[in-house]
Ligand binder design. Structure first.
Ligand SMILES: [Zn+2]
Length: 451
């Protein structure tokens, strides 16, 4: 049987976590809101309105492009992409066609092979990254199609890779790395199931030895890492079967159907659609200075630094991102960004108790400076008092004093009333001051009582 080489390129849409939408002041967090309530004349495409670009979205786009090794376009411009669809009330989408945020990037990925032991490495070229606005959402019911415009105008970043991916495992490893990068940059929550991170794949197969790529088939609707892996695996096998049967493949778009575990034909491509791109006349171009770009470059040491810190301290990098609460995740990323020297495990342990970056950093600084044990740190958090770190000799003296002062209690303890240890610990702490932590007091008491 002929051996076939699969070739995969990805087109990823990343929903940016800005406060407001791309070109209007509407809240960018419409999750769980009533349909068509988070809208305004601008994102509804009313005539005569003027869009205003979201500067944070540009910053997020540039930071991501820098993190993925792209060359940044200092001159960027928005263009109109014209097409009609019921979820797009303006009948055009504002995108960046001619001057995207960044181009010609590259990401090095390593991952564990199927045996979970062999480390594999590969590189994925980034063709381009551009910004655009999202369309609304169509909801198909039994007897009608409804439209929700809440998502209209949500800032999106589209990342297009080169066809450098050769297996479903590589595609998954790339997407997981991309998720880590955008999360650690704090530019997206990147939850695939919630549609923050959406991926379409161009898949082809060719017999080994053939240079020319096979017919490119687009696969959509893969809304989890698992589905993406399954869909790509199915599609590669399907294409090989068609070729082995002596038939031809044509350019088409297919959708993953998780119920049947197959890809289903959606439409056959007949030439490319002409979107009649032209510069958006209502928005000035974005012009960046070298200073601005290097400032952003300096601020994103994060993904690699955070990863190195986590690994050095023995914390799996990915575990950091298991923090489910978005606000806590952002807080964590912010704190680790400000203070890369902090221990990520400790920060993760304390994050539940804080919702303010400065306060948490201040707290971690005190804990670090006084080298507080977890119990002492807890005490400091409760009382605001820094427990003094007790000198061994001082503690011993306090214990001896308490034992001398309470001969009857000591006698009863030795006769078997072991619960009296609690009373003795209390007396020692009273004697020694708040710096004595119960664990060391108990250890010292047990030592002397055993003599
Ligand atoms: Zn709006």
């Amino acid at each position: 049987m002929t051996e076939y080489i699969p070739t995969i390129g990805l087109e990823i849409h990343v929903q940016l976590s800005t406060k407001s939408k791309m070109f209007c002041r509407c809240d960018n967090n419409a999750e769980g809101k009533e349909p068509n309530t988070v809208v305004c004349p601008l994102c509804m495409g009313f005539p005569g309105v003027l869009p205003v670009g979201n500067a944070t979205a540009v910053e997020y786009g540039v930071k991501t492009a820098l993190a993925l090794g792209c060359a940044i376009n200092k001159f960027q411009r928005f263009d109109r992409k014209n097409y009609f669809y019921p979820d797009l009330p303006k009948a055009y989408q504002i995108s960046q066609f001619f001057f995207p945020v960044g181009e010609h990037g590259s990401v090095a990925i390593d991952y564990l092979g199927l045996d979970r032991k062999t480390k594999k490495e590969f590189k994925v070229g980034i063709n381009r990254i551009h910004l655009e606005e999202d369309a609304g959402k169509l909801i198909h019911t039994k007897d009608a199609t409804l439209v929700d415009f809440n998502r209209c105008g949500t800032p999106l970043m589209e990342i297009v890779t080169e066809p450098d991916i050769n297996s479903p495992e590589e595609a998954k490893a790339f997407m997981q790395e991309l998720q880590r990068v955008v999360r650690s940059l704090g530019v997206s929550f990147a939850d695939m199931e919630k549609g923050h991170l959406r991926v379409d794949a161009n898949v082809s197969v060719r017999p080994k030895g053939q240079k020319e790529l096979g017919a490119k088939i687009e696969v959509k609707n893969m809304n989890s890492f698992k589905f993406m892996e399954q869909a790509l695996k199915f599609e590669i096998e399907r294409q090989i079967k068609v070729l082995e049967a002596g038939e031809k493949l044509q350019q088409e778009t297919r959708g993953w159907d998780s119920k049947s575990g197959t890809t289903i034909l959606q439409r056959v491509k007949e030439g490319s659609i002409d979107y009649r791109y032209f510069p958006e006349p209502d928005l000035p171009p974005v012009v960046l200075t070298d200073d601005q770009i290097s400032q952003w470059q300096n601020s994103i040491g994060l993904p690699s630094t955070l990863r190195a810190t986590a690994e050095r301290k023995g914390l799996p990098y990915s575990r950091v991102f298991e923090l489910q609460d978005k606000d806590k995740l952002m807080l964590f990323v912010g704190v680790m960004h400000m203070r890369v020297e902090l221990n990520p495990i400790q920060v993760a342990n304390w994050i539940e108790k804080f919702d303010n970056e400065e306060k948490l950093i201040e707290f971690m600084d005190v804990v670090g400076k006084h080298n507080l044990s977890p119990a002492a740190a807890q005490k400091y958090w409760e009382t605001g008092q820094i427990p003094k770190v007790m000198d061994e000799a001082v503690l011993k003296q306090a214990v001896e004093q308490v034992l001398t002062n309470n001969p009857d209690v000591v006698a009863r303890y030795k006769a078997g009333e072991t619960k009296l240890i609690g009373f003795l610990i209390g007396q020692v702490i009273k004697q020694a001051g708040s710096g004595a932590d119960p664990a060391s007091v108990a250890a010292q008491l047990n030592k002397l009582l055993a003599q």
